[in-house]
Write a protein that binds this ligand. Structure first.
Ligand code: BJW
Ligand code: ZN
Length: 256
């Protein structure tokens, strides 16, 4: 469906020095990675606290390991979609651009985005939950049991952020700075209910950014957003990138 962009958004695209994009599971849905919440979401089948927490891992490390091993396999098999690619195109158009993601699937980097802040970690990394030693994805795994650390014997875990855990400090600080710097902030494919990540659009809005949400469904953010572009990221983002290229590259041609 052809997207009619508002005058206000077109003006922001024309004038913006800094654009920040913030993504959630919805941006990878069209690649075939299930979302967490809503119809077909992962949490329909599993309770989050039974799998995505340190308590769960200590209670049943093999089960949690198997769950992540399965998801790692799914994520390795899928490909970036036109939404990911459009974000790579947008990055090239603005002097300042940051992509903050809650996703652990590595698809933004695989698509070619350069500045990516991964707030909830990356499923392609593991570390020892006791001594912190880093491990490669499948290293040491024996048919569905959690690998043990060579140095201390502790259970190895995925480098993802579970409930009750702190976000990686440097990624968080850079994300807050990118939210504050943004003239245009795009919140894409996230239910915006998991904190502290969900505060970033509000931080950006309070610092003066024009806040645009891209999601087929309304979220708690919709009320404070300047605009909701209701639809799928893989359909809306390419049209936004087309418009931005027309505007920004036309501008550059005028300057020559
Ligand atoms: C499309 C689409 C298409 C579909 N195109 N869109 C009570 C009140 C407030 C806070 C808390 C509270 N109790 C506990 C907390 C804190 C907690 C929290 O926020 N909980 C809330 C759920 C209530 N947060 C934390 O624990 C965080 N840490 C923390 O706060 O530390 C301080 C602390 C220390 C000690 C004690 C307490 C606090 C850490 C949060 C870590 C989140 N981890 C997960 C799992 C990561 C690993 C893994 O993948 O397994 O991160 S949970 C899960 O949710 C994952 C996601 O990154 C995150 C966000 O989900 P996301 O991306 O928004 O996905 P969905 O599925 O929710 O939404 C998809 C959206 O896409 C939908 O809107 C669709 O409509 C849309 N969509 N198709 C565009 N084609
Ligand atoms: Zn160890």
């Amino acid at each position: 469906m052809e997207l009619a962009l508002s005058e206000a958004l077109l003006r922001r695209i024309r004038e913006a020095s800094w654009v920040t994009a913030f993504t959630g599971a919805g941006v990878s849905a069209e690649s075939g990675v299930p979302t967490f919440r809503g119809t077909g979401g992962i949490w329909e089948k599993f309770r989050p606290e039974e799998l995505a927490s340190m308590d769960a891992f200590l209670r049943n490390p093999d089960l949690v390991w198997q769950w992540y091993a399965h998801r790692r396999e799914v994520m390795a098999q899928v490909q970036p979609n036109p939404g990911h690619t459009a974000l790579v195109r947008l990055e090239r158009l603005f002097p300042g651009f940051a992509l903050i993601t809650q996703n652990i699937d590595n698809l933004h980097r695989r698509a070619g985005s350069a500045t990516v802040y991964e707030l909830h970690g990356n499923i392609e990394r593991n570390f020892c939950s006791r001594c912190g030693e880093l491990y490669r994805p499948e290293e040491g795994e024996v048919a569905g049991t959690v690998p043990r650390c060579h140095s201390c014997g502790g259970p190895v875990r995925p480098d993802v952020v579970w409930f009750g855990e702190l976000l990686p400090e440097e990624e968080w600080n850079r994300s807050v700075a990118a939210a504050r710097s943004a003239d245009l902030f795009l919140s894409i494919g996230t239910s915006a209910v998991v904190y502290p990540a969900a505060s970033l659009p509000m931080i950006a809005r309070r610092a003066g950014a024009y806040l645009v949400e891209i999601n087929p469904e309304p979220t708690p953010l919709t009320e404070i957003a300047d605009e909701l572009l209701a639809g799928r990221a893989g359909e809306i983002l390419p049209q936004l990138a087309d418009a931005a290229e027309r505007i920004r590259e036309g501008q550059r041609a005028d300057e020559v």
